[in-house]
Every structure is written in structure tokens, then in C-alpha cells.
Design a protein around this ligand. Structure first.
Ligand code: ARG
Length: 466
């Protein structure tokens, strides 16, 4: 049964929406989270209205006091949210109307379309800053872990096959590069969000003499020099959700990164590798098998990454077929981005916790990295230094590896006669190549895993993450 409407837009209707429609169309159950930003937006908007003379200073002050009062009630959990009032904007406006008569003038020259676009941009700037801090926390835990295990060497892998020796720190600092790009992406998304849509109205601005720049400055939508940044096309301003998609994409990519880190940790925790162990605090056992110790935190991290990708997909699909400009479909933009922030922040904290408590087993790492085959490439380089073309050197070392394999011995256990039969350029000093410390110390170009280079990278990261 349709009832008389109490909605702000009810003027042209004789009957109100069905209960099912109210239930279907409400968003306040999730968009109430925008309340602090909505209130900041309304304060800036009313300050602007007073600035241009559309309301009096007294009316502005009454509106501000009323909004402060409402925010306090919200923070205390005493605000009576009402789903019948659809969304966060109408809930706050109605509550304000009950407090101050001037509230009836607040929505002058404003639509919920530019209002919600402003709210989400304010929320995004906050979300990016928060997540940037969380990621930095995980980065610091990672740097600490690398510093505490600086002497450990491990095999580096390609195709999940042992490839070449590296310092464990080099592997961990590779993760740090990934996370630092994620943090930089948060800053970039915040910069994209930093344009004020307020004043775009429903679609075509307003006939009233507003001052968009004034409101933008009030809300901190400014460049490095403090100059207002306002959106340049009123239709785009209310239709555009790019920056939400960029945020969800940045979170999804962060997810890809922590998922890859988690996958490495899961592998390293197996009996087969046994390079590392996740602390008790972030492991679980089995209800049936008493011996089990499962790196569940890492597995859930891997799982959460899927969820972050889903949120991005939701937003892309939500927007792809929409005609300009605002369509109510866009209301569905909020649950995925809120979820992306919450899950990403949680994952960053868990990642920091897992990394902070990770234990390495130096002996197991030493055994794995002692495999002389890891230095087969260095052996080819040895031949190159003696004038052999690389392709020929590669082939010769391949033959030596095959010969050792057939004889069931390690590569460096071949006799001098045998190795010289493989290639005449091998000298009596050929086994010096298998000195691991010496081999790694020869890799001192920028970005390589040599000890001097790693020391340099530690200095760089310590400065960056201070
Ligand atoms: N709750 C709406 C949303 O989040 C606010 C904008 C509503 N605008 C409208 N024209 N009905 O999208």
C-alpha cells in the first residue's frame, strides 16, 4: 500500500513509495558512513551561500551549530537513522530542519548529485591517506625483517625452479618495491580526487550567483599553492566515478602484491622448503591432525585479494553502460569502495603482523643455496671472461651440468679432465666460481643483490620510511 510521502522530493506526488521500494532504494544503511564528509560539505556550502548573500550570517551560524550538533549525535551513536529518508543526505537535512528553520535554505543551489560527488571525493582523500599509512606500517615491518636477516642467502627462483643465489634481503626488498608503488598510487588517487564538484548542481549548475571556488577552498580542494580546484564540466562532475574506480584498482593491485607475498610465505612454510615459519599469532592448527601448523593468515590474504578484484569489477560494470549523467545505479558505487578500504586496511595490518613475527631458518636456507648448479650462469661468465662467446659458453656449461647429472655428482665435483673435455677454456681455477660469497659480491651494479648494493638499498629505505 502506497502511503503519503515524507521525502523531500514529495511535492509532485500524490502517493508515497511502496514499503518494498523504500527498502529497495534506501542507501542510508551503508552511506551513513559519509556523514562526517556530508556535514563538512554542508558547512562549506552554507558558508558559501552566506558569502554570496544568499543566506544571512545568522542563518549560516544556525546551520553550522545544527550540523555540529547532528555530528555529535552521530559520533555518540544517538542519531536516529531512518531508512524511509533514503540516504545520508536526506537524513541529515531532515534532522537539521527539526533543529533550525534556516535548514530549509541549505539546499539552495545544490543537488544530491553534486553533494554525493563531493562527499565521495572527500571520503576518498581520507581513505587514501589512511591506507597510505597502513601500507607504510607493513613496509616498516618488512624493512625490519630484512634488516634482522641480512646475512641469509637463498636461491632466487624463476618458474619456481632454483635460479641464482640472492640475499634473502634482496627478495624482501623486492616486496618493498611493490608496496611502495602501492603507497605512491594512493597519493596519486588522492590527487585525482582533489577537485570539487560542488556547484555542478543536478546537471547544469544553477542560475544563482554562487562562488564555487570559495566552497572548494573551505573543503581543502586546493593545489599546492592553496588555489581552488573545481571540476570544469557540470555534467561530467555528476556522472564521473573514475576516481572510485582508480581507488578500487589501486586496492586490487595492492591485493595482487600482498597475495604474491603471501604465496611466497606459504611456500617457504612448507616442509619441502622450510625457509620460514609464520608466528603462532598468525597461524592456526587443525581440528583433526594434531601436528598441523597452517599459515592461514597468508591464505586469507591471498583470498582477500580476490575480493578486492571483485570490487573493482563491480564498479567497472556498474558504470560502463550508463548514459550521461547521474543515474541511480551509481548509488551502488559505495559498498564496493567501502569494502575495498576496509579489507585493504585490515590486510595491511595483518601483513605487518605476519612479517613482524616471521622466523627464518638459516640452516635450511644455507643448504638450499649451497646447490652449485645455482652458479652455472657464473660458470658461463667465467668462460666469457676467457674469450668464449656467450652462446658457446652457455652450451658448454649445459653439457657439464648434464655430465654431472649422469654421473650423479654435483656440478663442482667434475674432474678437471672432464670439465676440460667439455671446453678447453676451463682452467684449474674453475671451481673458484663456486665460492658463494665471492659470486654474490661480483653483483654490484645498481639493483643487483651484491652486499654493497644491498647496503645502499637499506640506506635508501631507511630514509624513505623514517
Ligand atoms: N543516494 C544517492 C546516491 O548515492 C544520492 C544521490 C541521489 N540523487 C538522485 N537524483 N536521486 O547516488
Amino acid at each position: 500500500m502506497a502511503k503519503a510521502t515524507q521525502a523531500t522530493w514529495g511535492g509532485r506526488f500524490t502517493a508515497g513509495p511502496a514499503d518494498l521500494m523504500l527498502q529497495f532504494s534506501e542507501s542510508v544503511s551503508f552511506d551513513r558512513r559519509l556523514a562526517p564528509f556530508d556535514i563538512a560539505g554542508s558547512k562549506a556550502h552554507s558558508a558559501m551561500l552566506a558569502h554570496v548573500g544568499l543566506i544571512t550570517a545568522k542563518e549560516r551560524d544556525a546551520i553550522h551549530a545544527g550540523l555540529d550538533d547532528i555530528l555529535a549525535a552521530i559520533v555518540e551513536g544517538k542519531f536516529p537513522w531512518d531508512a524511509k529518508l533514503e540516504d545520508v543526505h536526506m537524513n541529515i537535512e531532515q534532522a537539521l530542519t527539526k533543529r533550525v528553520p534556516a535548514a530549509a535554505k541549505l539546499h539552495t543551489a545544490r543537488s544530491r548529485n553534486d553533494q554525493v560527488a563531493t562527499d565521495i571525493r572527500l571520503w576518498l582523500k581520507h581513505a587514501c591517506a589512511l591506507l597510505g599509512e597502513k601500507i607504510a606500517g607493513a613496509e616498516r615491518a618488512l624493512l625490519g625483517l630484512a634488516a634482522a636477516n641480512r646475512e641469509i642467502l637463498i636461491p632466487g627462483y624463476t618458474h619456481l625452479q632454483r635460479a641464482q643465489p640472492v640475499y634473502l634481503a634482496h627478495h624482501l626488498l623486492a616486496w618493498l618495491e611493490m608496496l611502495e608503488r602501492d603507497r605512491a598510487r594512493m597519493t596519486a588517487v588522492a590527487a585525482q580526487a582533489n577537485w570539487c564538484p560542488l556547484g555542478a548542481g543536478a546537471i547544469a549548475g544553477t542560475t544563482l550567483p554562487i562562488d564555487r571556488e570559495f566552497a572548494a577552498v573551505q573543503l581543502g580542494f586546493v593545489d599546492a599553492k592553496g588555489r581552488a580546484q573545481v571540476t570544469q564540466n557540470s555534467m561530467d562532475a555528476v556522472a564521473d566515478r573514475d576516481v572510485l574506480i582508480e581507488f578500487a584498482a589501486a586496492c586490487a593491485l595492492f591485493g595482487v602484491h600482498f597475495s604474491r607475498i603471501a604465496e611466497d610465505l606459504i611456500l617457504w612454510s612448507t616442509a619441502e622448503f622450510r625457509f620460514a615459519e609464520v608466528s603462532d599469532a598468525f597461524s592456526t592448527g587443525s581440528s583433526l591432525m594434531p601436528q598441523k601448523r597452517n599459515p592461514d593468515a597468508c591464505e586469507i590474504l591471498r583470498g582477500k585479494a580476490a575480493r578486492l578484484q571483485g570490487n573493482l569489477q563491480t564498479l567497472l560494470t556498474l558504470t560502463k553502460g550508463l548514459p550521461l549523467t547521474y543515474n541511480r545505479d551509481l548509488q551502488e558505487d559505495k559498498p564496493p569502495v567501502f569494502d575495498s578500504l576496509d579489507q585493504s586496511a585490515l590486510c595491511a595490518d595483518v601483513l605487518a603482523g605476519v612479517l613482524g613475527g616471521l622466523k627464518f631458518f638459516p640452516l635450511r636456507c644455507a643448504v638450499a643455496v649451497a646447490d652449485p648448479a645455482l652458479l652455472a650462469t657464473d660458470l658461463a661468465d667465467y668462460l666469457v671472461e676467457r674469450g668464449v662467446p656467450f652462446r658457446e659458453a652457455h652450451h658448454a656449461v649445459g653439457a657439464a651440468v648434464g655430465l654431472a647429472e649422469r654421473n650423479s655428482i654435483a656440478l663442482n665435483e667434475l674432474s678437471l679432465t672432464d670439465i676440460q673435455q667439455v671446453h678447453r677454456a676451463f682452467g684449474a681455477d674453475w671451481t673458484e666460481v663456486f665460492d658463494l660469497k665471492r659470486a654474490i659480491a661480483k653483483r654490484e651494479g645498481t639493483g643487483m643483490p651484491g652486499p654493497k648494493q644491498i647496503a645502499k638499498q637499506f640506506r635508501r629505505w631507511e630514509k624513505l620510511l623514517k
